[in-house]
Design a protein. Structure first.
Length: 248
């Protein structure tokens, strides 16, 4: 395994909503072993770009590659099966199910066995094993039997990451995973991301600039749909265009 190989990339990605250019010729590489942060003001095009990379939106122009293969026309489920995990700005857990059941359902989507329609899905050893491994990795194994709706906000966000991990992805697209967290919860999530980057490529959309500059190996800054800077954190912090447009 190449520890710094590019797993997901896009070239000249453009997307229009009517007459509005939401994403304007954006190119970037997401590499294993790196946390790549995507920052910018509200409306900069960050979430639209994430949606394009995950396959939820087809771009107006440009190309998306996953593991060296052109996946621009692939659907979101097909990309997920090929190794792309995605979390959202809002919690997408099942509150009435246990933490383990949430993860097992996510794993089951990756280990589908339609030819075994007669078999109880809860007895699927592969999805149960994947769920247990994901919960251990995310530090939630001690909460496996708790109802997800009773989790703290921080643990619920960790559960979303665990649900991504249960699908055994190579690329993680995380949309504001720190939103609404307290200081201790932020620390716990950052520790998890540092651990995960060793064998994943992580693209992180985040507004917490202190956290971004602590954890990111590379930062891409978007303004009005276009990239104005993409470099190591120190270079981005010192960039006068970035200071004027975003950091103040």
């Amino acid at each position: 395994m190449n520890p710094s190989e590019t797993l997901l990339s896009c070239r000249e990605i453009t997307h229009r909503w009517g007459g509005l250019v939401a994403v304007d010729r954006v190119s970037l590489d997401v590499r294993r072993g790196f946390v790549h942060a995507l920052i910018g003001t509200n409306g900069a095009g960050k979430s639209t770009l994430i949606n394009i990379l995950s396959g939820e939106i087809t771009p107006s122009g440009g190309r998306v590659e996953l593991l060296g293969q052109d996946v621009t026309s692939w659907s979101q489920p097909r990309r997920a099966m090929a190794g792309v995990g995605r979390s959202y700005q809002r919690n997408t857990i099942y509150p009435s199910f246990t933490v383990f059941e949430n993860c097992r359902l996510a794993a089951q989507a990756r280990t589908q066995r339609p030819w075994q329609w007669w078999r109880d899905a809860q007895r699927c050893e592969a999805s149960a094993a994947a769920a247990s491994a994901a919960l251990r990795r995310a530090g939630l194994d001690v909460l496996a039997d708790r109802r997800a709706g009773l989790l703290s906000h921080g643990h619920a966000r960790q559960l979303e990451v665990a649900m991504c991990l249960a699908t055994e992805p190579e690329v993680l697209l995380l949309d504001e995973p720190l939103a609404g967290m307290g200081a201790q919860e932020v620390e716990r999530m950052l520790e998890l991301l540092v651990e995960l980057k060793a064998d994943h490529a992580i693209l992180l959309v985040e507004h917490d600039m202190d956290a971004v500059f602590r954890i990111a190996d590379r930062i891409t800054v978007m303004v009005n749909g276009a990239v104005i800077a993409s470099a190591a954190p120190d270079a981005v912090r010192a960039d006068p265009d970035v200071q004027a447009a975003y950091l103040g």
